[in-house]
Design a protein around this ligand. Structure first.
Ligand SMILES: *Cc1c(COP(=O)(O)O)cnc(C)c1O
Length: 397
């Protein structure tokens, strides 16, 4: 069997459509959109079209979209913007959750050092924050609520529309990191009461190094990169036009096939969840239903995450233990700790993130490979021996 790539939450392959859309902008149409001559103007037309495409998919206005270098930059800029707006009114309190992406958490940490106060909400065992808890955390001096649309490790989908309604009612800016949601779930910034939203091209079969930030009309974005007047003066630097065009094409394509792709993924995802649940002493991470169509995440007691990944790689399966950003570090995932998994089992996590090309045959192969690998690792694990002999208590059922 061919290599099975089950790490689409880390990054995806660029689609044929996106690649073909990009190619003319490397050599034929290579102008700088800011140039006044016709070569530049042709490039600018493509930039305008890409902005309109992205806006349309999100139900935003083209003026409300700026292009960035990716999801991380969009998250940084959204949060800094809300912090700056808040500071002018003496409001320096931010509400977020404990399991955000580090692009959000580390930006918040930086703001804390600058005198802001941050409340990180509990996400419970199911990995979902409630609108009521958001409402209860908002204070007189709250300038921003930032809650991710879908979690990149455990795939749980938050009640964004309801959280947005709470923020609207309390007149607090609401940002959502929709990097895992865009191209996979329906997004409507107006209907969902979202003020700012981040997306990233490479999570939906677009290229890497490009993203977009939606900011509702009336929100004055703070620049985090100074220089020229590109992106209406809010994001300096010559636009990465091939990537922007590729991202727009990928997003449009994903949106056009969203329901059928999600249905295909869900079928394979559910097969994986059912198959892997047969392994003794394991636990599914994240709500069973309210999760991304392509996300599977388990903890297996008595093994270490890194070794399972290497052995699966030998069997031709690319998987992950969590986010690409934290793998390689010895700290267990902050997401798994946030949903209450103890250190002992948070280390034995496996994330499989499939795309619409995944098949039932591949899922069957993955299930057998994971079963064999878990059994092999447990047979060599002193922790597993202690658990089996009763010297140590099992945490999972
Ligand atoms: C991948 C990811 C990011 C970072 O996006 P980049 O384009 O890689 O900077 C941010 N948030 C979430 C939820 C992600 O999955």
């Amino acid at each position: 069997m061919d290599y099975i790539y089950a790490d689409n939450a880390a990054t995806t392959a660029v689609s044929e459509t996106a690649l073909n859309a990009m190619l003319p902008f490397f050599r034929g149409n290579y102008g700088n959109p800011s140039s006044l001559h016709s070569v530049g103007q042709r490039a600018n037309e493509a930039l305008i079209a890409a902005r309109e495409t992205v806006a349309k998919v999100l139900n935003a206005d083209a003026k409300e979209i700026i292009f960035t270098s990716g999801g991380s930059e969009a998250d940084n800029q959204a949060i800094v913007t809300a912090a700056d707006i808040g500071a002018k009114k003496g409001k320096k309190h931010i509400v977020s959750t404990a399991f955000e992406h580090h692009a959000v958490l580390h930006t918040l940490r930086k703001l804390e050092k600058q005198g802001y106060e941050v409340t990180l909400l509990d996400v419970h065992e199911n990995g979902i924050v409630t609108p009521e808890e958001v409402a209860a955390a908002i204070r007189e001096d709250t300038c921003l609520v930032t809650v991710m649309f879908a979690n990149n490790e455990i795939g749980t989908v938050q009640p964004i529309k309801e959280i947005g309604a709470v923020c609207r009612e309390k007149k607090v800016l609401f940002h959502t990191d929709a990097v895992q949601a865009a191209g996979h779930l329906h997004i409507d910034v107006k209907d969902m009461n979202v003020d700012m939203l981040s997306i990233s091209g490479h999570k939906f079969h677009g290229p890497k190094g490009v993203g977009a930030l939606y900011a509702r009309r009336g929100i004055l974005l703070s620049s985090i990169i100074e220089g020229g007047a590109q992106e209406r003066g809010k994001r300096a630097g010559t636009e990465n036009l091939p990537a922007i065009v590729g991202m727009a094409a990928a997003l449009e394509e994903a949106a056009a096939h969203l329901d059928e792709n999600a249905a295909k993924e869900r079928r394979v995802r559910d097969q994986l969840i059912e198959g892997l649940s047969e392994i003794e002493h394991c636990v599914l991470n994240g709500d069973r239903e309210r999760r991304l169509p392509g996300n599977v995440n388990f903890c297996f007691e008595g093994i270490e995450g890194e070794s399972i990944l290497l052995l699966l790689d030998d069997k031709g399966i690319a998987a992950s233990s969590g986010s690409a950003c934290t793998s390689g570090s010895l700290e267990p995932s902050h997401v798994l700790l946030a949903i209450g998994r103890p250190h002992e089992i948070a280390h034995g996590s496996l994330r499989l993130s499939i795309d619409e090309t995944a098949t039932e045959e591949q899922a069957a192969y993955i299930i057998e490979a994971v079963k064999d690998t878990v059994a092999l690792l447990r047979s060599m694990s002193p922790v597993w021996r202690d658990l089996k002999s009763g010297k140590q208590q099992f945490i999972t059922k």
